[in-house]
Design a protein around this ligand. Structure first.
Ligand SMILES: CC(C)(COP(=O)(O)OP(=O)(O)OC[C@H]1O[C@@H](n2cnc3c(N)ncnc32)[C@H](O)[C@@H]1OP(=O)(O)O)[C@@H](O)C(=O)NCCC(=O)NCCS
Length: 360
């Protein structure tokens, strides 16, 4: 910090792409390691990906606080429309919030959060979040009410010892023979070669838009999986090193799955199949798990909302529920009432996957 900077007032403004190096300095100082997951792109490339125009021209955008010429605070958002019933709303997922350690505790975090809330109040916003682990951020976030929903965490071990550990943790010995068969049985090898043809997808395109039109209709609430967003989220290698598999029959996309390894864990980031062909989900997750295993993962993990139509297919693919994560849909003062009524109804069918968040 320079003497000049110490005497100047903090200024909040929208972030521009040339701010990336200064923003990265703040993120790395505040978080230690940023991003928190493995990727082959550099942290600067990853940040430039997050600052893309697709995100900048949204009602929320990305923000910095400067003191003099120094960037000292960062707030990013992740935007994509969310479909609720037949309507689309501005969908927001909070991404990184950080203040440089040398500037923390002086109200800069509050400035970043308050300005964001002012802007968001003008938008028709639906928030998709997981609850923050930062007590300070929770204190700063002025959310009047949290609508919490459980997400089931499913796991598929890749080695018999890991399956035994899973059963020991849950004290679920009775289902061990069945689960061992489901996980390691020879049926999976056959499945990879049928019923559809699997291909590594180089792009999401009109075929995936057509699939979303049909498959998305199964749900009352889901982030719109339009090709432009999906290409930014999963195909752009600066986002991370995802394996995107498509299941194709007669030129039609019947389903896709997105898989990404992070250390010993292989995550299923996204999964969508034609509702008339649920077995394609099994083919995708079995083939995707095999890719994750070969990349060095020890187990595959998948999040789905409870009661999701693909639960039986996951169970048949050797996945078992091992716990829950929490989805936070946040009721703000100006949240659109019609959307919140759908979101809060207990029977609402939601499609939320791990890839809806920025920590993977
Ligand atoms: C979280 C963070 C952005 C806050 O920035 P900041 O500039 O230090 O925040 P401010 O000075 O505006 O405000 C701090 C507030 O938190 C409160 N606070 C401090 N420690 C707290 C704690 N452990 N629990 C709850 N509140 C706490 C302070 O009292 C103050 O509230 P007040 O204004 O009502 O008095 C910053 O600490 C940071 O970068 N942390 C590391 C990265 C991180 O964890 N980001 C959040 C997850 S993405």
């Amino acid at each position: 910090m320079t003497d000049d900077a110490a005497t100047e007032a903090p200024v909040l403004r929208k972030a521009a792409s040339e701010d990336a190096p200064g923003m990265l300095r703040v993120l790395e100082a505040a978080f230690g390691r940023w991003p928190a997951f493995e990727l082959t792109a550099t942290p600067l490339e990853h940040l430039q990906w997050k600052l893309t125009e697709l995100q900048a021209d949204t009602p929320f955008g990305n923000w910095v606080v400067t003191v003099g010429s120094e960037i000292v605070g960062v707030r990013m958002h992740w935007f994509a429309p969310v479909r609720v019933g037949d309507l689309e709303y501005d969908g927001d997922t909070g991404a990184d919030v950080a203040v440089h350690p040398g500037w923390q505790g002086r109200g800069i975090g509050r400035l970043l959060v308050a300005e964001r809330d002012r802007v968001v109040a003008e938008a028709r916003q639906v928030t998709i979040e997981t609850p923050s682990r930062s007590a300070q951020l929770l204190h700063l976030n002025d959310v009047p009410d949290h609508v919490l929903r459980p997400l089931l965490v499913w796991e598929r071990p890749f080695a018999p010892a890991a399956l035994l550990r899973q059963h020991a943790r849950a004290q679920r010995w009775g289902t061990l023979p069945r689960d061992a068969w489901r996980t390691f049985g020879p049926q999976h090898a056959r499945l990879i070669s049928g019923p559809a043809r699997l291909e590594q997808m180089a792009m999401f395109d009109e075929r995936s838009d057509a699939l979303w039109e049909v498959a998305g209709r199964q749900f009352d609430v889901a982030r719109t999986r339009a090709a432009a967003f999906m290409n930014w989220r999963y195909i752009d290698r600066r986002s991370g090193d995802a394996v995107v598999l498509g299941a194709v029959e007669d030129g039609r996309l019947l389903g896709f799955g997105v898989f990404k390894r992070d250390g010993a864990v292989g995550n299923v980031l996204d999964l969508m199949v034609d509702p008339g062909q649920p077995e394609v989900a099994r083919q995708l997750v079995v083939a995707g798990s095999e890719r994750l295993r070969r990349l060095g993962a020890k187990r595959a993990v998948c999040w789905l909302t409870e009661g999701h139509p693909l639960e039986p297919e996951l169970a048949r693919s050797g996945f078992a529920p091992v716990g829950t994560a929490t989805l936070d849909l946040q009721r703000r003062d100006r949240s659109p009432a019609a959307a919140m009524a759908v979101i809060e109804a207990p029977e609402t069918r939601m499609h939320v996957t791990m890839g809806d968040f920025d920590f993977v």
